[in-house]
Ligand binder design. Sequence first.
Ligand code: PLP
Length: 433
Amino acid sequence: MGDDLLARHRAVLPSWVPIYYPDDPIEIVSGSGRRVVDQAGRGYLDFFGGVLTNMIGYDVAEVREAVERQLATGVVHTSTLYLIRQQVELAEKIARVSGIPDARVFFTNSGSEANETALLMASNLRRSHQILAIRNSYHGRTLATMGVTGHRGWSASSLNPLSVSWLHSGDRVRGLLAGLSDSDHIDAAVEDLREVLATQTAGDVAALIAEPIQGVGGFVHAPDGTLGALKKVLDETGILLISDEVQTGWGRTGEHFWGYQAHGVVPDLLTFAKGIGNGFALAGVVGRAEVINAVPAVSFSTFGGNPISTAAGNAVLDYLLDHDLQANAARTGAILLDGLRAAQPRFKILAEVRGRGLMIGLEFVRPGTREPDAPATVRVFDECRRNGLLVGKGGLYNNVLRMGPPLTLTEDEAREGLGILVNAIATVDAEAV
Ligand code: PLP
């Protein structure tokens, strides 16, 4: 790297900020469609879409023009004291697609801030700081959102402003609920919830916060219907459900527009971030008016819902709906999932192919065991990069490859990425004993 950007990065950014491929780091200098180019002119097919932040592809004319139109007005006037047309329009659209009746939308700048706000709303409303969270979750990097993050590698602090009780995760490979049939899994999850409520709380719990598919946790998920079954128990005492849709929203899972819809439940509060800005900082909370309006707090977010981010957000959401990208996620996701599942029996190191739509996780283990194999995962990850495919890593044991490409992925690109992935796994599998 000509000007040694990594050394400069290391010299001024915190040492704990992760950088992929530190031996040969990538600086993305341009992008188009699903492809990006690095500082050395190397091209990549981006199967991680930034970090699921690029939802409709790079250099989309409609988004660029919407932002440029907003810039051309001269109005980059960020204030919550005057009306912002773009913000109101986007809130109307999000309320319409949220599936939450009589919805209200509060804009923030990040997923952490959205979840922090949802937790604040729930605890204020219920006059309780008791929260239920799911093991192996990730909800953000503020004090409260880390407090509900059940993943040691991502929890920088155990100083918790909330009182949190932990439910068992939906992991099907390991953990207490692993290996159960779907209906047994749901029954066990309900029993676990009842037991936690009876033994660890006084019953005055504010909310359960859950990702319908755990993102950072390695794209693991409970069987369809689990959150719905849990919600029936929550409803007995008015405990709210917060669905963290930061990774699962906007049709990414193919079958549904929101992750919660796989569970036969409507959450009281829903949080969104990442893809809706397609790179611009845009996030927020959606909830029923009777919940959101009852929060006893007059508050605002200085930059939340600013004209530039919401101009982008309007263009992204229009594009997503006009092109029915949910259907495309289902179609191209099926090419990947079917192809990976068909190849899986050939490999000793690939324990599970999971996910839905364009949210796909691959779990790597030592042959013949359930022992996580982080080094093999890194080898597959590096092989992919060497062959022009960017993917993500994750999971509690760093043994999961994660794919979350832009929802505009074409069928040819899905097949191209599948080929690189399968070859990369085959190369590393051949070395495994
Ligand atoms: N919730 C989930 C499910 C996430 O995956 C993330 C980020 O990865 C967050 C919340 C936090 O979002 P942000 O990084 O925008 O603060």
